[in-house]
Ligand binder design. Structure first.
Ligand SMILES: *Cc1c(COP(=O)(O)O)cnc(C)c1O
Length: 397
């Protein structure tokens, strides 16, 4: 199933298994091989070749077979025309920003985003390269409309946003962007294409950290930009060929392998996270739970509209406890591991304290320290029991 046209007529699970894979023409192997070569053989007369070309096999930084297969699969899962895969989610974000933005352009971006977005836009591109930036709470599209300037080139949102799970309305913000001649990019990492497909909802770009749900096993890093070929050709030349954020063919292959089970894993993440969020909400020692699948979440209605069939595996919550009790609680967990990242098979938790430099951008309930909890695919009952015994051990139950 290699032809893009064929690929779209099938369901999500069929595409996750088949798009980008074929019987290997040389060996007959039913899985395509990993090609770890840096270079490909040149034609008889190479002198008129474009050494910066992404077309054809030339040099692995310009593109290679394993990247190409993975690009086909991710484009298909996101419902997009084209895709660029890169070395990390941040390589995808920086590749997009550096390729699209020029000195004097204006960018509006969500006040709650992955930290590197804040660093790239608000510090690097702003201070060093003269790009104007405005942070807004994009959970209300009216704030985006108000921030538009004549030179607004790009709106970048993250929904659900890391780490507060803030929800922004993709379709409404796409309309605002397009009405003013701007482009919309959406970081879709928390939802994954199984739950949400931003380009189908009207965005120009979907960004994924493949490191998270799409690979899903916590053992390879990668990133993707999905969008229309007319934009992606230019971005590929900058981000991959000239900035050099190329993914290793081995990592592309690992992510291809991990992505096969994305729909199965996401179903379990969705179900476990909702079960645990509901359980946490009933605990007297829990100060708040932020999960877009809960009716109590301020973005629930928008999430219900744009996220289907579920709300992902990440939630945040607080304990009615002091700083040290939060750390002691984590030290008592036996299944859930204290580590950054998310979207792995196993459950991961991070204690984000009271001193985060972006705290002022978060809702009030996040100001006393909180946990970001990436709920894994273990048995939900075991995860709840783990939380319960750690609460008991620190005297909260
Ligand atoms: C992790 C993450 C990124 C960055 O991805 P890397 O693969 O770690 O570079 C970007 N956006 C979101 C929402 C993330 O969670």
């Amino acid at each position: 199933m290699s032809s893009r046209n064929d690929a779209y007529q099938y369901g999500f699970q069929t595409r996750a298994v088949h798009v980008g894979n074929e019987v290997d023409g040389e060996s007959g192997a039913i899985k395509r091989p990993i090609t770890m070569a840096n270079s490909y053989a040149l034609p008889y007369d190479p002198t008129d070749m474009n050494w910066s070309s992404a077309g054809g096999n030339l040099y692995t930084r310009n593109g290679g077979t394993n990247q190409k297969y993975l690009q086909e699969r991710i484009a298909s899962l996101e419902g997009g025309e084209d895709c660029i895969v890169l070395a990390s989610g941040v390589a995808a974000l920086s590749g997009l920003f550096f390729a699209l933005l020029n000195k004097g352009d204006h960018v509006i971006f969500s006040s709650v985003t992955y930290i590197a977005v804040y660093r790239l836009l608000n510090e690097l591109l702003n201070n060093k390269f003269g790009v104007e930036t405005t942070l807004v709470d994009t959970s209300d599209p009216a704030n985006v409309e108000k921030a538009i300037r004549p030179n607004t080139k790009l709106i970048h949102i993250e929904t659900p946003g890391n780490p507060t799970l803030t929800i922004s309305d993709i379709t409404a913000i796409a309309e605002i962007a397009h009405c003013h001649g701007a482009l919309l990019s959406v970081d879709n990492t928390f939802a994954s294409p199984f739950n949400q497909q931003p380009v189908v909802l009207g965005a120009d770009f979907a960004i994924e950290s493949l490191t998270k749900y799409i690979n899903g096993h916590g053992d390879a890093m990668g990133g993707a930009i999905v969008g229309r070929t007319e934009h992606l050709e230019k971005i590929r030349a900058v981000s991959q060929i000239n900035l050099g954020g190329t993914i290793s063919p081995f990592n592309a292959w690992l992510i291809m392998r991990g992505s096969v089970t994305l729909p199965l894993r996401m179903r379990q993440h969705n179900e476990n996270a909702l079960t645990i969020a509901r359980w946490l909400e009933t605990q007297p020692c829990v100060s708040f739970v932020a999960y877009p699948g809960l009716e109590s979440h301020p973005g629930h209605e928008v999430a219900r509209k744009q996220m289907a069939p579920g709300y992902g595996g990440v939630l945040s919550f607080g304990l009615k406890a002091d700083h040290d009790t939060h750390n002691r609680f984590v030290s008592h967990l036996q299944i859930i591991t204290s580590a950054v990242s998310l979207g792995h098979d196993e459950s991961l938790i991070v204690f984000l304290g009271e001193n985060d430099e972006r705290q002022y951008l978060y809702p009030q309930e996040f100001h006393n320290g909180f946990f970001r909890f990436s709920v894994g695919i273990e048995d939900a009952e075991d995860l709840i029991e783990d939380l319960r015994q750690a609460m008991t051990a620190v005297g909260l139950l």
